[in-house]
Design a binder for this molecule. Sequence first.
Ligand code: COA
Length: 384
Amino acid sequence: MEYVPGLQGIPATQSKISFLDGQQGILTYRGYPIVELAKHSTFEEAAWVLINGELPNAEQLACFDAELRANRRVKYNVRDIMKILPIDGHPMEALQTCVASLGMFYPGQERMTANGISADSEFVEQMIVKILASMATLVAMWEHIRRGDDPVQPRTDLTYAENFLYMMNEREPDPVESRIMDACLVLHAEHTINASTFAALVCGSTLAPPNLVVASAIGTLAGPLHGGANQRVLNMLDEIGSVEKVSDWLDQRLASKQVVWGFGHREYKVKDPRADILQGLLEDLRVHRKGYLSPLYDIACELERCAEQRLAPKGIYPNVDFYSGLLYEALGIPRDQFTPIFAISRTAGWLAHWKEQISHNRIFRPTQVYDGAPVRAYSPMAAR
Ligand code: COA
């Protein structure tokens, strides 16, 4: 039995949800290329595709959209939970706490084993909608509560992306910015068996309730080697300071064996296709803002150029986290909320995998390669 660190190359499941080709830079959701979905789909449609397997017809999409809109409000007790959290705590922790609590406000855990073994499909569909709809509300609620303000109530006349920007910024969402946010949500919604999706699968395989499945995944996404990288990219660009300093900074960074945030991927050996699309959205935003974009974008482009010479031979290129933060910051979102936005979107993928897992469930119980002490005699305290 060979132990493979990081389970690299070991299949953890069999799935029909998404596919990626890391050599060619291809990502598909249910067979549909991400490039097409980012261009033509809304987040609501992408979530439907992931969860149900096919593109929805007009009636299916309208119905799903209406249910998401109707489920945007969360119980006011969740607001009370937020009010007692430290305001300088990380929003991912606030989000995980509140998502973990949702099952207490929307009970039904016993319906996970409705007929003794399998879950009640109505409960599965209801919880998917409830959790997905609540995610944006929870992220925006925390933003206001930590500032000492009342949260902005969700609106039902806006799309998922528009409503999120409205709740965050408390102003009518700009159509171009909303379209960009929508595309970001589509792009982050799913990515095969990454660490957080694996955590969701493991938790789901015990037939734990779906809010806890998502809470497990949120905790896993929070780390800087996974979703937490997007926040660090912007701090890193700040630290570099100017385009002229990029090359020297990179040399020192690599010489000291530190990672460059937003670069590298276990699966991709070329530039992440999502990074290309996000960069295109930044260019769209530049046009919309009449030529203005943060100077950090120029530093990012120079860093990508310099890194190409040093890191490309190892197959290390920008990943999804490299350009997303620049977009979010341009949309007025605080840096520590970048990863929670990732979580809002990835909830669609996590729940799609949860549904797939419980439809043919077997509990995860891997084995280990033991290399500890052999069986030995217990030594009494006086003899140690
Ligand atoms: N900057 C510099 N070097 C990097 C790097 C980065 N971002 N990512 C990987 N490398 C180097 C490693 O140092 C290692 O070099 P070595 O062979 O000389 O020791 C080699 O590339 C392989 O890296 P490894 O850490 O084994 O790859 P992994 O598949 O285990 O890790 C990540 C993948 C994503 C965790 C890793 O690329 C990383 O830490 N990236 C930065 C964090 C990030 O952006 N995460 C978001 C992912 S979407």
